[in-house]
Design a protein around this ligand. Sequence first.
Ligand code: DAH
Length: 359
Amino acid sequence: MMESLEQLRAELAAAVAGAGDLAALEEARVAALGKKGRITGLMKTLGGLSPEERRDAGAALNALKDEISAAIDARRRELERAALDARLEAERVDITLPARPEPRGHLHPISQTIDELIAIFGDMGFSVAEGPDIEDDFHNFTALNFPPGHPAREMHDTFYLPEGEDGTPRLLRTHTSPVQVRTMMGQKPPIRVIIPGRTYRSDHDMTHTPMFHQVEGLVIDESTHMGHLKGCLIEFCRAFFGIDDLPLRFRPSFFPFTEPSAEVDIGCSRKGGELKIGNYGDWLEILGCGMVHPNVIRNCGLDPDRYQGFAFGMGIERIAMLKYGIPDLRTFFEADLRWLRHYGFAALDMPSMTHGLSR
Ligand code: DAH
């Protein structure tokens, strides 16, 4: 019996070691330890032996059973590891591959400029807010301190829409300022947001399109003053145009929703009929701003004796044209692929204050 056990051990061990996959290993297991397996079969013969023989043979058989079980477990782990390795190899993704050889498609200068605005103001702690293109009279005018019949309403060349279900007149927002109202009514100060988006006016000529883009800024807290407004816009303009000594001039102006109000000019040159941004002694208007009018703060449900802050607004096409030397506003919306290839931007280069705004 002992000799035949040695023989059996060698055969079973060879079958386990030779199993090339999990199915073959299972076959080897059943052949050794299954109901009709060879070790199981020998176990069944123990009953016919004398007590002495049974003790020795039983111990030897149990040892063989444990040994073969352990060998099967070890082989199973080996095969599983090999199967996993094979899968990992087969499903491998080479992340060192460059993006598609020639990335096709370009980012529109408006998208690029909005990304740059977000990078600059994001770095100063602003977040982005949005509002609907279709507005009502309250958000677009009334809450912003445009009294009914005020001439500033007429200056906006508003597109009016059929009344909404609740009977209120609808319109296409003429500026991004209504989102100031939505933001103040929707969140608690301190507020620090920029609001890029589409705006609409019934106007179409060389320098006006019925749809254009603005970016609005709004800061509301208990202590922000005009000095902060100036510092913020100086820093923005210098970062956006990439000119460290770009001069800014704040000229008194009027907007219903700010008091005091100012228009901001940046330095430029018009020598030889060519417009250049920089410290050259001439001035070019680029944005409107001011301290948020107490009436607006009150209309939005906040206490103007406690809260104050500033706002600003500018045209995105305008600053994009100045920065990127795009001469004609109307080309922004002609969807001419040749124009986009020329003035567009690589889609995968996200502007940032650390890596640069545009390349
Ligand atoms: N909403 C103004 C416009 O469309 C621009 C503007 C001016 C926005 C001054 C402001 C501001 O927030 O403070 O002409």
